[in-house]
Write a protein that binds this ligand. Sequence first.
Ligand code: CA
Length: 599
Amino acid sequence: MMSARAESKITAADIRSSGETDTGLVREENQDCIFVDQGQGLYAVFDGMGGHQGGATASLVARNTLVDVIARNRADYRTDKLLVKACKAAGAEVHRQAKANRELHGMGTTVVVLAMPQPNQAIIAHVGDSRAYLLRDQRLRRLTADHTIVAELVAAGRLTPEQAFDHPHASVLSRNLGGLPTTEVDLLKVELNVGDRLLLCSDGLNGYATRGAIEQVLSGAADPKAAVSDLIDLAKRGGGGDNVSTVVIDITKPSPDPSQDRGAKAWWNRRPLFMSACERMGMAGSPLVTQLPVTEALEFLAGSFCEAVYLDLNGTTGIHVWTYADSLVKAWFEREDDYQPIQELFDILRAAALSVVTDVAKTDNDFAVCLEISLLRALVVGEMVVGVQLSARLEERNEQFAIQSATSELPETTFANVATVPFTSLHSAMPAGPEVNHCLTQGTQAAMQTTGAHARPRLRAILDATLISASEFSGEAEMITTACELYGNRLLTEQEIDPIFDGLDACRSAHLAAIDDLDASPVVRGVALRALAGAHQSLFHAFALVAVDAGKPTTDALQEMNENTAQLRELLQRNERQLTKLEHALDTVEDFVHGDLTK
Ligand code: CA
């Protein structure tokens, strides 16, 4: 699909810019000069050279001539020829004045000029060693090649970049404005994206700061104004041996229209609605927060969830909801071993979130669909975290059971009648023992018969993987590998994914039923069932993760969506169905495992 970024239109209102020039720490005079005019989309840096007064005059004369030529030819502004024409005129004028005034003899200047005839395009012309850079996706790219003798020798293969690095004549220009009556001008065009940051600078910056440092400072600065002054500071920290000039132009994200009630903002705007829904459904009475007064309890459980979702919607991540669930659940399980309150909490969060969706749908049904998908994803993330935590608890249980088994012939408490939690893991320190393994093998053979897995490779793979996992108590990494193999190379569509979920379901029922039918002692059957249920759940979980992961780029991009196009609408619906299915599938696992282990 097309990314939302590429679709968004850049307008003049999205451009921010700033420029600064500084004498540096060593020179007495600033021979650089800059031009910044955001209104007409014209930016330039000049670095003058020449004896007493010469350098400063050259850069100033070049700037004034260039700006004047462009102003007098506005009609041609959209053509790249105008920039070349203006640079040449500037060079000719500098040369003319140098000839006319003995004191200014030999003066010249560099130029790098950037014009934005339209907000999504930059045309850059340059002569000399002042540079243009583009910071895109946090990566700095240099757009211009220096016109220096050394750079040209490197380009011609006559010097290595290493030899050029410390070359005594590194800054001797092969071209400048003013040295000759006319000069060749290099020209390039760049198509701009939202988020791009452009930099024009004189060699007082790149001569005193490494490329990496420039990249870091430029990516870190909050806005162009901060960027230009941070870069000048950077050059000074590097010695500041030359005049330094920086111009930074940002193509910002289109500013949100405050009348619009969309995106993460739509969610945040309905925080009071969400909070009161949570309160109505009795969240403040949750055992998780018995020690807190009602308002604080709601703030703690509902308020922080609301904020986490907002931050995730804003940044298209899942990390905040993950952190919310992780810290909450971890703290709870350290106190109690009861899953029920967590389940109830998530039920309330889900219902309250859906009431927000219903409210959004009153005015904007399309966006409500989008929001609902994001919220469901947030809840799936939260429940996955719960699953991980429960697995850790279960592992402790298994260890305790293993110790009991080792110390008594016939333990009064068998694993099968220890109360467990519904999310299970196959992580276990419990040795399976030969009887259990025999039971697992027999049950698997029977399940192969009932499912017809001998002729169906996918089912066979599921049964094989779960048998191995149950009898060897192998880790989740193997399950992820099996899940990836099952997923293979397919699209996230119902036709492609559903058959695998169906296969996982069918194998699980057949496998567990087969074990239940075996003629073995209840304890052995209990242990085998327990191990197999864990293995199936783990595989199911791994597959759901792989599938959710495969759908992630699409769902992330959907959150950024602000245009109601038919194509996106269709994608939204497809994702919604898929995510609901995944969710439902996770619920089914939970119910199943819970039901089976407590009977
Ligand atoms: Ca310089």
